[in-house]
Write a protein that binds this ligand. Sequence first.
Ligand code: PGA
Length: 263
Amino acid sequence: MGDVNRTKRYVVGNWKMNTQLADAIVLGEGIKYGVESLSGVEVVLCPPFVWLYPLAEMFSQGPTNLSLGAQNMHWEEKGTYTGEISPLMLKDLVKYVILGHSERRYHFNETDEMINDKVISALDHNITPILCIGEWKKSESGDVEGLTKQLKAGLAGLEEAQLKKIIIAYEPVWAISKGDTSGQRAASGEYAGEVVGKIRSYMEKEYGRAVSENIPILYGGSATADNIKEYMFETEIDGVLAGGASLKIDNFLQVCKAVGEYR
Ligand code: PGA
């Protein structure tokens, strides 16, 4: 696992609990051939665990700007945790792991402490954590206090070198899964840019400039091909985490292309 940085942009596709094997193969192939020609963008597909192996085989010869990520992970390496997936199982299949997604926090009662254990464990196993934070209710300019509380707890105990290996995804919960193709209830680019700027200022105050200037911060919440430029015009935003849009080859490829182009 190398350090992450802001010289490239990221598109993370979170398939959530969608697709059957045949869909995963079709999506994987379409995206593989579509991203080959793109530059300046690192594309990370996060399918359900069971499709990681066939997709890892499919992508074994590249393209180099396409990687796999897991949607979650337990912090222990092995043990009596029925139904869980460990970092040892994942480390040869994925480069990234989404941690602390609001759906994990809400449906599966994941706490900040558990998420912190997962972040530390992912780093220990050379898997890049994509730490999700987000406020539950819409407010004037983001619930900065709530966001920084999630950040502080999620990053507890990390040293500067480790903080340079992390990606943050700002996902206002009220904006998630609102994506019909109009993308109307997504956060506006201006709003998202403003909050991401505040997150970066907090990172500077808490961890210093070397960390805050380096850390990629993505936006997530109903990002689609229709609204992607809004986010990418915001200089603070380094890419997107897309759910619904990542399940449609054309839409997803348009998102990837726009993220690579508008920076
Ligand atoms: P969405 O999902 O793009 O469908 O809103 C984003 C996410 O929850 O990661």
